[in-house]
Design a binder for this molecule. Sequence first.
Ligand code: G3P
Ligand code: CA
Length: 238
Amino acid sequence: MLRGIDERGKDLKMQIIAHRGASGYELENSLSSFKKAIEMGVDGIELDVYRCKTGELVVIHDEKINRVTNGTGYVQDFTLDELKSFDLKNGEKIPTLNEVLDLVNKKIIVDIELKGENTGEPVEQAIKDYAQNKGWSYYNFLVTSFNHIELRHFHELCDEVKIGVLISGIPIGYTQFAKDLGAKFVVLSKSFINKKFVDNAHAKNLQVFVYTINDVDDFEKMKNLGVDVIITNYPDRF
Ligand code: G3P
Ligand code: CA
């Protein structure tokens, strides 16, 4: 279980999640990046998932493979075999969600961001498979999304896993909205975070995750604001 995620208290240490792995050091969302994050002793890793043409979940941030591989085109237009024929810029292959979960092997939390369309259901199936057949706990997982329809769909299928609402800016009524969705936490960019946001969220028993915190000044600021979890590219700095 992620320390501090399930019980919030003033004396609890802020938790650290590696954003796309230790992506300040290794190519984002690659197995090397996740391995490095684990070695650095993080509480969890964050990753992004899309569903490819043959239905498997692959771990990649963009809807196209252009930025991080030697290929071009939309993730969802390729079969898994086709995606595996391309090289990531570090020479590895685009990992599947299962490959990342096997690497993590229950050691830390995996925070899965539903990035692509129709990812809620296959993510639910993957989590159930690891929980029911591979000795994982539902506490090993967090699921988030900016796509609140997809997130709600996931939650309807799997209410054992804590979900977090990714929000852009500070929408009016965000705490009620998050509660109505069944979320346990909200995830916000550091550009918008302030004390009132944190206090309002905590008053509604919602935890606050902030991304992307990469320097010590921002880290100290988040601590003073009472933020629960930071998401960073450089986990070893804190
Ligand atoms: O978890 C927060 C963060 O990952 C959301 O933004 O663009 O890095 O996926 P992005
Ligand atoms: Ca993400």
